[in-house]
Design a protein around this ligand. Structure first.
Ligand SMILES: Cc1cc2nc3c(=O)[nH]c(=O)nc-3n(C[C@H](O)[C@H](O)[C@H](O)COP(=O)(O)OP(=O)(O)OC[C@H]3O[C@@H](n4cnc5c(N)ncnc54)[C@H](O)[C@@H]3O)c2cc1C
Length: 299
């Protein structure tokens, strides 16, 4: 397994559960990855094609719901509201959630809204839990940057996210920069999402993640103070109690965006490679569905 983000670790767990030996190598350890920056709410965002993404999202919803019942995973099921300023059809991923309720009159400036319960994943807890699970099942995790995929394994799984520009020589992968602000918890127990922007407010146990941006093709990982001000202003308009929340920190991550998630096996002179990258803004949301498919392709 090359890659130790949310995708690589979920794949490693499913492969170990299926009885394979798995060694994970990664340039960045779990808490240093893009995955560590994710908000991370279950939400199919900037990932394609719709049909496969809906199926992977549905599987992941169920898997995360199961994890939410275990201690120490960092996964919680939280109700929240998505708001829109124009009338909307049901979201394309509607079938991936067990229930979604339309809100009659959300109030200006919004004219449409729906609520649903979503898994919210606290990445600082979840990623170490996943890494621990890999080790508990007998896998290994080693820091190692590779310039090419290894050729000394029966099967190599390529879960290098944006790194697949190099590991799979894939120029169709592009960063979609996301900036977030962490603020203190002010008693929020629901998530909020404004379809325009996008603006999102995701409460965690000890803080609140406020976003965001989607800057296509932008590689700069430095938080921009002006952007942070705009994010906070938009979020406070959406959730007024945030006005009294102290700012705790800033982060930027580069979403690995691709016209379509690449999940397929490639058989070459050096053996079988299963590629699993390009999850855009939904790597956490798709991870367990993709992991099941990767395990099936490994055989
Ligand atoms: C601000 C922000 C908010 C987000 N919010 C959400 C959300 O709410 N819900 C959601 O589902 N998703 C969200 N995302 C998207 C999500 O973070 C990504 O889709 C996800 O992290 C992709 O996971 P990954 O495991 O494929 O990649 P990564 O987390 O980037 O992991 C890639 C791994 O591959 C390794 N690697 C790369 N190249 C090499 C190499 N050459 N050699 C060795 N190792 C290598 C890296 O070191 C790393 O370990 C958000 C993203 C951002 C930036």
């Amino acid at each position: 397994m090359v890659g130790a983000g949310a995708v690589g670790l979920a794949c490693a767990v499913r492969l170990l559960e299926a009885g394979h030996r798995v060694d994970v190598v990664a340039r960045d350890l779990p808490l240093e990855t893009t995955s560590a920056v994710a908000a991370a709410i279950w939400y199919p965002f900037r990932a394609y094609p719709f049909e496969r993404v809906t199926a992977w999202s549905r599987t992941t919803y169920a898997a995360l719901e199961t994890l939410s019942r275990l201690d120490g995973t960092g996964v919680r099921m939280l109700a929240g509201t998505e708001l829109h300023r124009s009338r909307q059809a049901d979201p394309w991923w509607r079938d991936a959630v067990p229930a979604l309720t339309r809100v009659g009159s959300p109030g200006p400036p919004y004219v449409d809204a729906w609520t649903f319960v979503a898994p919210v994943v606290e990445m600082p807890t979840y990623l170490p839990w996943l890494a621990g699970r890999v080790e508990q099942l007998g896998g290994t995790l080693t820091r190692m940057a590779v310039t090419a995929l290894p050729d000394q394994a029966d099967v190599v799984v390529n879960a290098t996210g944006l790194g697949a520009r190099r590991t799979a020589d894939d120029p169709s992968l592009l960063p979609v920069r996301g900036q977030v602000v962490y603020v203190e918890q002010v008693g929020l127990d629901r998530w909020w999402l404004d379809g325009a922007g996008p603006t999102y407010v995701v409460p965690r146990s000890h803080d609140i993640v406020v976003g965001g941006t989607e800057d296509e093709g932008e590689w700069d990982r430095r938080p921009d103070p002006d952007v942070a001000k705009r994010i906070l202003a938009n979020a406070t308009a959406l959730v007024p109690p945030l006005a009294r929340a102290r700012v705790l920190g800033h982060k930027v991550g580069l979403r690995p965006a691709r016209p379509e998630v690449r999940l397929e096996a490639e058989d070459g002179a050096r053996g079988r490679v299963v590629h699993c990258y390009g999850h855009g803004g939904a790597g956490v949301t798709l991870s367990w569905g993709c992991a099941d498919e990767v395990a099936a392709l490994v055989g």
